[in-house]
Design a protein around this ligand. Structure first.
Ligand code: GLN
Length: 286
């Protein structure tokens, strides 16, 4: 019988050159191979045997594949989301959007929420979990991503309040499906984590080799998608509504300028790492 503690120790060593969290990674992979939680792995260690599947999982991580794709899920806002290489892995940095939405919505909770580029559905579904009276719409240009978002809405019991639409904002008239035939439907809260990485930016192997490029890259300066989304907010945002846009650490100035030019009052917020990460947009005049 192979000693499981020794196998985990060897895996930690093997992952040291690849990962900043080799022990956590090794334990998560072993727990996944056994089909149990990491907590139960640690509790039951002496009773367990190494499953055959472990070595292949470890091999994938050694090739820099992110843990979330190997185990097929990631926690965001204390909710569990299914993920695959069709969607970005939800980042802890993005939780600032939900935290801010919760603060802003404390007095007047949004009734309608729109998530532009929903991916796994993480932002929309986390927001719906906080606002039980709200209905949500998530759009994405990827049908494969929407299948994951749907599944996450089911897993979280939010499918009665979430709808997902295949929409590509690089196509003309993309807002029409969102504002309805009369053009009168609007949204109290708009969330967006669009692609915002500059084409030549240096990314880790984890991101560059495994995450979907169409969800990351946005032209030479990473601003292409904001240039479409920000002018479109006039049609989409309700009176008194707020848009929360995730931005790159060095984009606060450029994106704020774009938003101000379009008639928005802008405030920026930093993530836990102290980087500019969020712009809060409100209409200055009606
Ligand atoms: N935050 C992601 C990264 O740093 C980028 C996400 C995005 O482009 N929306 O890789």
């Amino acid at each position: 019988m192979v000693d499981i503690a020794a196998t985990v120790r060897e895996a930690v060593k093997a992952l040291e050159p690849v990962s900043e969290t080799p022990r956590l990674d090794a334990e998560l992979l072993m727990a996944h191979a056994l089909g149990i939680s990491r907590q139960n792995l640690l509790l039951d260690l002496p009773k367990l045997t190494v499953p055959d599947s472990f070595i292949a999982l470890l091999e994938r991580r050694k090739q820099h594949e992110p843990i979330a794709y190997i185990v097929g899920e990631r926690e965001f806002w204390s909710l569990s989301f299914q993920v695959s290489s069709d969607v970005l892995i939800p980042r802890p940095d993005s939780e600032i959007l939900i935290e801010t939405a919760v603060n802003i919505g404390a007095k007047y909770p949004p009734q309608t929420i729109l998530d532009l580029g929903t991916g796994s559905g993480a932002l929309l579904l986390a927001a719906l979990s906080e606002f039980p009276g709200a209905q949500g719409t998530g759009i994405d240009a990827s049908a494969a991503a929407l299948a994951i978002a749907h599944n996450n809405a089911d897993r979280l019991g939010l499918n009665d309040r979430a709808r997902f639409l295949l929409q590509d904002w690089t196509h003309k008239d993309w807002t029409k499906a969102l504002t309805g035939p009369s053009g009168l439907v609007s949204y109290d809260l708009i969330l967006a984590n669009p692609p915002y990485v500059a084409e030549r930016a240096a990314l880790s192997r984890e991101v560059a080799e495994f995450e979907p490029h169409e969800a990351l890259f946005a032209g030479t300066q990473g601003l292409d998608d904001y240039q479409i989304i920000i002018p479109a907010l006039h049609a989409l945002l309700s009176k008194g509504g707020t848009a929360l846009l995730e931005i790159g650490f060095d984009q606060a100035e450029a994106v704020s300028r774009l938003a101000e030019k379009n008639g928005y009052e802008v405030e920026s917020k930093q993530d836990l790492g102290g980087n500019d990460r969020l712009l809060i947009l409100c209409k200055t005049s009606e």
